[in-house]
Design a protein around this ligand. Structure first.
Ligand SMILES: Nc1ncnc2c1ncn2[C@@H]1O[C@H](COP(=O)(O)OP(=O)(O)OP(=O)(O)O)[C@@H](O)[C@H]1O
Length: 426
């Protein structure tokens, strides 16, 4: 066994039973290794299974396919070498700061006097000296998360897992805490050998990690990996960091390649991004206006639009699918058609939208040709849905169908009767 390998996942899969009783595959065929000496960040859309993956590694959730090992031993329950920090801090409100920090040691059977010595040293390292007797509610959010981190680190974990650990904090507090942890890590002041961070924040991932792994959704699979060879501490405004942030934005916005698999390799790609018309048009309008005037750096567009990546990325993907904009690297630029669309009135926009759907978007094209081929120009939604379910999980297939209905109705190429759930030519 290579002792550089801390965590090793091979072909890991996980399904959950949903409210309607159906099983949904959240993770599929995930191969991943966390090596000694590295910080890895895991990015992906909401629901792509990032937290589930972290929970499998923490031993809190069991994979139902593949192998998950920590230092060569199969993971099936929490192990002393792996500690986790939660977004919600997860502190016990009735315990003092010190008692909260000692919990992990207590679980490992460490004697009381040693627990006190170690927790005091860790609180000191985390800048919490003097707060040992305080209750969590008496602390600010940033200090509470310091307690959460101290509780994880006091056990001297080999592997530290952080699930959106800074996202409940204000930007500045989050940044300070992140830098403090990086400093402890970079100066070898904690014995931790590997850190795996789940984040929604692209800049945070670029600032912290040696490697970024991107998960695709439905089901979550590893889509891309980016190595970051910049020394830390990193300057968020340096050209190298900006370029990487741009690159990651670009990759997050790009249409992922269809997942591998016999059924998916062959047929056309019917997926549609999860973007509604209102958001697509709002992003196009923003892109057309000052200061962008038709071309924007995606991180800046994200700041200006105040849309979370989850909504901005699919809208950009939709604009590119419709030929209204081009996404290149970390930039998005309007096409000539995009400018015409922006300048058009409501009916003019609908006409362009409909034309583009028929010209270049596979699923509306298919629906339209099936409708034309049917005797009465109508067909049940189920017929399209069952086709989508050949390549997408049920929930995602339904989501794609909803998008296809919204887009097609807007472009006036087909109609949908919500009572009979039948599509009909417009
Ligand atoms: N215990 C569970 N039972 C049923 N479904 C679950 C369970 N845990 C997670 N899921 C579902 O699995 C999917 C992936 O969840 P997960 O929290 O891992 O995603 P994520 O990428 O971390 O999302 P987010 O970024 O929004 O936190 C979601 O659809 C979620 O509802």
């Amino acid at each position: 066994m290579n002792d550089k390998v801390l965590v090793d996942l091979q072909g890991v899969g996980k399904s959950f039973r949903m409210g309607d009783g159906a099983s949904r595959k959240v993770l599929d065929g995930v191969d991943f290794t966390l090596q000694s000496g590295e910080i890895v960040a895991l990015l992906g859309k909401s629901g792509s299974g990032k937290s589930t993956l972290l929970r499998i590694i923490s031993g809190l959730v069991k994979a139902d396919a593949g192998k998950a090992c920590y230092r060569g031993a199969p993971l099936s329950e929490p192990v002393p070498g792996i500690a986790m920090v939660f977004q919600s801090f997860a502190l016990f409100p009735w315990l003092t700061v010190q008692q909260n920090v000692e919990l992990g040691l207590e679980a490992q059977g460490v004697a009381a006097d040693e627990r006190a010595v170690r927790s005091e040293a860790m609180l000191d390292l985390m800048g919490l000296s003097g707060f040992e007797g305080a209750l969590p509610r008496e602390l600010s959010g940033g200090m509470r998360q310091r307690v959460g981190i101290a509780r994880a680190l006091v056990t001297n974990p080999d592997v530290l897992l952080m699930d959106e650990a800074f996202s409940a904090l204000d930007v500045l507090t989050g940044e300070t805490l992140r830098n403090d942890i990086l400093e402890l890590w970079d100066h070898g002041r904690i014995p931790t050998r590997g850190i795996l961070v789940v984040s929604h924040n692209i800049e945070e991932a670029v600032m912290m990690s040696d490697r970024i792994i991107m998960l695709s959704s439905d089901p979550g699979r590893i889509r891309t990996e980016i190595k970051i060879d910049l020394p830390r501490p990193r300057n968020a405004d340096s050209p190298a960091v900006r370029q990487l942030v741009d690159e990651v934005y670009g990759l997050m916005t790009m249409r992922p390649a269809p997942a591998a698999g016999p059924a998916r390799e062959a047929g056309p790609d019917y997926r549609l991004p999860d973007a509604d018309i209102e958001t697509i048009e709002a992003v196009l309008t923003l892109l057309a206006s000052a200061p962008f005037e038709g071309r924007a750096d995606l991180p800046r567009l994200s700041d200006e639009s105040e849309l979370p990546g989850e909504e901005l990325f699919p809208a950009c993907e939709a604009l590119s699918l419709l030929g209204l904009a081009i996404v290149e690297g970390g930039d998005i630029a309007m096409t000539a058609l995009g400018r015409r669309y922006e300048a058009a009135d409501h009916a003019g926009r609908q006409a362009i939208f409909g034309r583009q759907l028929l010209a270049q978007v596979t699923l509306p094209q298919l629906v339209y040709s099936m409708l034309r081929a049917s005797a009465d120009g109508a067909l049940p939604e189920e017929q399209i849905l069952s086709l989508l379910m050949e390549t997408s999980e049920q929930e995602e297939a339904r989501r794609i169908m909803r998008t296809a209905v919204e887009w097609g109705r807007y472009g006036e190429i087909y109609e949908f009767d919500f009572h009979t759930r039948r599509l009909r030519l417009a």
